[in-house]
Every structure is written in C-alpha cells, then in structure tokens.
Design a protein around this ligand. Structure first.
Ligand code: TYD
Length: 212
C-alpha cells in the first residue's frame, strides 16, 4: 500500500483515521496504538489539524472562527505542512510508526466534498505540501450521518463549527470520503462503523495485521 517511492525503504508506517464527526475514531485509534506498542514499536500519535504548538493554534482558529472557504483549506494545509516538518517526517525518518487522527483525506472530504472547494485546488495544495507521501493505510469509519449525529449529541456540549453543520453537509462529506476510498488503490480501508465498538475494533486490528 502507499505510493511514494520512499515508502518502500522505511521500516515505520504512516496510518491515518478518517470519518465524519461522530464516527467513533477515538476508541479505535487507542486500540491500534496499544497493539503497535505491544509489538515493541515506537509509535507517535498525533492529530490534524494540530500536532505541534503552532498547528494547534491554527486548529483553534479554523475550528472556531468563521472564514472564507479557500482560507479554511489553506489553513488546513499550513497546519499540515508544519506538522509534517516537525513531527511526521522526522518520526518516519527514524523508522517510528505514526498514527494520526485525520490527514489530507479529511480536507478532500470536508472542504471539497462538504463545502465545495474546487478539487483541482485541493490537488495543487496536496501536491505542494506532501508530493511524495501518502499514508500507508487509512481507516475510514463509515457511518450513517443520523447515527453519528446522535453520538455527537450524547457526547458533549462544546461542539465546533464543523460539528454544528447540518445532515446534508455530512452526507456530502461521507460521499466524498467513499469516492476517495474507491480511487485509493486499496490504501483506504472502509470500516462499517455502525456496529458495536468491539466488533469494529476486531475488524480494525485484522486489517492492521494485513499491513505489509
Ligand atoms: P476531529 O478530528 O473530529 O476532532 P474532535 O474529535 O476533537 O472533534 O475534529 C476536527 C474537525 O476538523 C472535524 O470536524 C473535521 C475538520 N477537518 C477539516 O474540515 N479538514 C481537515 O483537513 C481536517 C484535518 C479536519
């Protein structure tokens, strides 16, 4: 799995987690990190937008300030460039594994699919910010937006401006994620996240076990 030539030469792997808000990523990320650490691997766990002090400041802005769509996409990629330079690239260079909550597939799904950013602009930014790197494996937690919305409502009160979007927004985000999975050549594993968490975990760990 993966594309860039450098990926065949490093021992660590880059694994990302995606899905609409409320898909239940957090529990599954913890299970994967535990499993990898049990194997004695160095695991760097991070998230996007964020993962460095500067990128976390950009996260605060982008999750809570109203802004123009292109500004939103540029800030996502600005935070990503910083995160790659400071955390992801050095970790992979020393053969650590990187487990990241969201990456560029989220920008495709939310900004292109959800908000209508031009896909060509997305590709330009993706090519610029990480021309040779894609995750080796991406888990896409796929769930009905209605179920995800219930989970968010039960979970917490302090929602951000993405979580406050309406059902049709999440339908578009979900569709864009699934389209990207189709085109990913097997990099993106679609996991049915409508099932009980332990059933989902079993599926996730089995998929992880097949990663070369
Ligand atoms: P999320 O990862 O769900 O974190 P939490 O569980 O703390 O809410 O929140 C990040 C939000 O940012 C989520 O709604 C998706 C959005 N997002 C984008 O719109 N584009 C991106 O490129 C990324 C990385 C995230």
């Amino acid at each position: 799995m993966g594309t860039g030539a450098e990926q065949n030469t490093r021992a660590g792997r880059f694994i990302t987690f995606e899905g609409i808000d409320g898909a239940g990523k957090s529990t599954q990320i913890a299970a994967v990190v535990d499993r990898l650490r049990q194997r004695g691997l160095e695991v760097v766990q991070s998230r996007e937008p964020g993962g460095t002090p500067l990128a976390e400041k950009l996260r605060e802005l982008v999750l809570h300030e109203a802004m123009n769509l292109e500004t939103e996409a540029l800030l996502m990629f600005a935070a990503r460039r910083e995160h790659l330079a400071v955390v992801i690239e050095p970790a992979l260079a020393r053969d650590a594994w990187v487990v990241c909550d969201r990456f560029s597939d989220a920008t495709y799904a939310y900004q292109v699919g959800g908000r209508g950013l031009d896909a060509a602009q997305f590709r330009l930014l993706e090519q610029w910010v990480h021309p040779h790197l894609q995750p080796d494996l991406t888990f896409l937690f796929d769930v009905e937006p209605a179920i995800a919305a219930q989970r968010i409502a039960q979970g917490r009160a302090d929602t951000d401006r993405f979580e406050r979007e309406q059902r049709d927004f999440f339908e578009r985000v979900r569709a864009a994620y699934l389209a990207r999975a189709q085109e990913s050549g097997g990099r993106i594993a679609v996991i049915d996240a409508g099932r009980a968490p332990d059933v989902v975990t079993a599926d996730v760990l089995a998929t992880l076990g097949r990663l070369p």
